[in-house]
Design a protein around this ligand. Sequence first.
Ligand SMILES: NC(=O)c1ccc[n+]([C@@H]2O[C@H](COP(=O)([O-])OP(=O)(O)OC[C@H]3O[C@@H](n4cnc5c(N)ncnc54)[C@H](O)[C@@H]3O)[C@@H](O)[C@H]2O)c1
Length: 276
Amino acid sequence: MIKLETMLETEVKSSSAYASILAGKKVLISGVANKRSIAWAIAQMLYEAGAEVAFSYQGDRLKETVLELTQDMKSPLLVDCDVTKDDMISSAFQSVSDRFNGKLDIFVHCLAFAPKETLQGGYISTEREHFAIAQDISAYSLTAMARAARPLMNNAGGGSIITLTYLGAERVVPNYNMMGIAKASLEAGVRYLAQDLGQENIRVNGISAGPIKTLAARGIADLNTMMNRHAEISPLRRNVELEEVAGTALFLASPLSSGITGEVIHVDCGYSIMAM
Ligand SMILES: NC(=O)c1ccc[n+]([C@@H]2O[C@H](COP(=O)([O-])OP(=O)(O)OC[C@H]3O[C@@H](n4cnc5c(N)ncnc54)[C@H](O)[C@@H]3O)[C@@H](O)[C@H]2O)c1
């Protein structure tokens, strides 16, 4: 378990009051595949901050892993949700509503997929079907899930929706290809959703994380070269840690960020500011 209190004491040198900043808040986290998942780091951080957590995972094959990871948490809700299926999205949010008495404060969208063929060589060879799959899972799912979360967040008096993105949305990153196009669409979605939901006090933001060796990232050809270059060039001269991404998610989930919506925050050791 990531100890939020310890991290705050050593890194931020602040009061441990933040350790209960999400007390009583109800959270749904999507995208835990294993212990290296960004979603798992965020889940632990939000749980340590006092939130009640529910998890949506992709298919039965992941159920055992999520069950095992969450065994020390207070009976979290686990729901199967393949985001390509509208009926699974509605039944997942129905289960969340049943568990949390019709309310949801925070939704973490932490999933993406693009067919392997689109993550090597040139973007120009992307096929129509592969393009559609990547957009559907990686970008449209945020819209579909935000729509399902909306009534529950209305019942809670507002909410915070957080998604994960990457610099490949803004700039060309060799081999990221189709995922860059999908992330650009996701980031535009963050802004349009922020506009649609702002009057309901629902905030929508993205975290643009530097490269981290996760299952999804391993699908990108030449990931090691990408990470080495990142560590060499970024102002902090290193790669970002899972805990740092999770800490930003905690900030975006908490009232500390109440004035921020439609934003994409880079958590990348500064890499994105560099031109050379
Ligand atoms: N790892 C990185 O370097 C990095 C950097 C920036 C952003 N991100 C983003 O972070 C998010 C989480 O990825 P990760 O790196 O932790 O990898 P991960 O492999 O641990 O997580 C990806 C998740 O997407 C889920 N998923 C894929 N297709 C799905 C579907 N049809 N229905 C439901 N879930 C589905 C998988 O089950 C998995 O849990 C993704 O959006 C990714 O693009 C990752």
